[in-house]
Design a protein around this ligand. Structure first.
Ligand code: ZN
Ligand code: MN
Length: 484
């Protein structure tokens, strides 16, 4: 007997504003500053301090709402959400609740090459809480208030997600949108994006499980594991007619299982009250125009344009457009060498990514060491057949490690392709005359030996021969030897 999975997500994204949402403290990533040094009376909630709303946070929220096709509410309101926890010094979080910034949006995800629409129930603004650091080895916990008041946008989906993979695809897509809009730094390891999931299952018989909340699914890999584990656990419990309590659970990354955290609070427990110190947000046409004007070309249209304008395959275009920085790098390189655009795309997709992988660095470091213009120049040299692909990677690696100019490196490292036919002919004759029995076998139909001959000629020329040119020369030479 089978079952269906029903998942809804609540995603918190830290907004990349200069300052916090209700005070002038700078927004920083956790861990970048000593504990409790980026704080003030407002974000600590000291008596008598007054919050004032950061306009940029509102603008960023509206941009996200526009990019996800939401209806933007003309008026939205902040509330106090009361709960007691050491990382929340005020004793309440200022958040939008019933009247959020926007509602009823949608986002399309590409899951297994088919597009699926996920409805968005609400987008609202709120402040982040501090961070508790458990030091289990010395049996104590520290509280860092630096994160208090960092602006968050919370996005709540409808329960339209049908698998752990779709959940991961949704978060990836949202992260990509955040990066394109430049409203979120998108670093999940640093907690810039944090995900909670609601999951339930429905057996083929129609029987439903209660809803379980999974907290803090902060990497795509763990999110997938946690959701898969939980779906299995719920289905087993339903089959075996065990009691299932609706509760909040946490994923244990060491044991790869979810564990109960607490029974679920009801909305009433939070004693929501309108925040008296912040007037309602009014979204007027000026702000809407500003937000619309700040939205750049988004990934889906960029992919489409890359296929039409450059003739790149959709799959390759999707990889190039995965992050805006790669797309921009490619376009800058391509504009330096308009006739070799496909070569440029391939250099980015294969050589540049493979260097990043092998050297264990991120793309920003590569693009800084190998400026787009240089990649464009190299792609022209490659396109004109002056070096081979293998040598192109060697040149790129040299620029990455030590810098330098393309032509100078090509000469110094002696990687220029041999165009002198006499030199190639001599190498080919040496290879074929010293392998006469193999040549005979080739003539008797062992076609695959051609690859061996090519390899030997490449060895003799230190990989500086153009493979296409030598195939032709090898064939000619074998014919000559046969006719003799
Ligand atoms: Zn502050
Ligand atoms: Mn929240």
């Amino acid at each position: 007997m089978g079952y269906r999975t029903v998942i809804g997500l609540e995603i918190h994204m830290q907004l990349a504003t200069q300052s916090k949402i209700f005070c002038g403290c700078p927004v920083i990533d956790s861990g970048d500053y000593p504990l409790n040094t980026v704080i003030c009376p407002v974000c600590l909630g000291l008596p008598g301090s007054l919050p004032s709303l950061n306009e940029k946070a509102v603008l960023f929220g509206v941009m996200l709402a526009l990019a996800t096709d939401c209806h933007i509410n003309e008026t939205s309101i902040f509330y106090r959400k009361h709960y007691f926890y050491p990382d929340l010094p005020k004793g309440y979080q200022i958040t939008q609740y019933k009247k959020g910034l926007a509602n009823n949006g949608k986002l399309f995800i590409d899951s297994h090459s088919s597009s699926k629409m996920i409805r968005i129930r609400q987008i609202h603004l709120e402040e982040d809480a501090g961070k508790i650091i458990h030091e289990s080895d010395v049996d104590r916990s520290l509280i860092d208030y630096n994160r208090c008041g960092v602006p968050l946008v919370e996005l709540v989906t409808e329960p339209d997600i049908e698998s752990s993979q779709q959940a991961v695809d949704f978060v990836r897509k949202l992260r990509q949108i955040g990066l394109y809009l430049k409203i979120c730094r998108g670093n999940m390891e640093k907690g810039n994006i944090r995900v909670d999931a609601n999951i339930s299952i429905i057996l083929d018989s129609g029987q439903k499980s209660p809803r379980i909340e999974l907290k803090n699914l902060n990497s795509p890999r763990y999110m997938k594991k946690a959701l898969d584990y939980e779906a299995e656990r719920l289905s087993r419990a339903l089959f075996n007619v065990e009691e299932i309590i609706s509760e909040t659970r946490l994923f244990d990354q060491n044991e790869n299982i979810t564990k109960p955290m607490r029974s679920k609070e009801k909305d009433d427990d939070y004693r929501y009250l309108p925040e008296p110190n912040i007037p309602p947000i009014e979204i007027d046409s000026t702000l809407l125009d500003k937000a619309r004007g700040a939205i750049p070309e988004m990934p889906d249209s960029k992919i489409e344009r890359f296929t039409v304008e450059y003739g790149i395959s959709e799959a390759d275009a999707a990889i190039l457009c995965n992050t805006p920085s790669v797309a921009e790098y490619f376009e800058n390189a391509a504009s330096a060498t308009p006739r070799a655009v496909i070569t440029t795309a391939n250099l980015v997709l294969r050589e540049i990514f493979s260097i990043a992988n092998r050297e264990g660095v991120d793309f920003d470091e590569i693009s800084e060491a190998i400026p787009a213009k240089k990649l464009g120049q190299l792609s022209r040299v490659l396109h004109e057949g002056k070096i081979t692909r293998n040598k192109a990677e060697i040149v790129l690696l040299e620029i990455f490690k030590n810098g330098g100019e393309i032509e100078e490196i090509i000469d110094r490292m002696e990687v220029r392709t041999i165009t002198d036919l006499n030199v190639l002919q001599k190498a080919i004759e040496e290879v074929l005359y010293s392998n006469r029995t193999l040549v005979e076998r080739y003539n008797c139909g062992e076609e695959k030996l051609k690859g061996f001959f090519i390899g030997e000629v490449m060895k003799k020329t230190a990989g500086r021969a153009n493979p296409k040119a030598i195939i032709r020369l090898i064939e000619n030479q074998i014919n000559k030897m046969e006719n003799r």
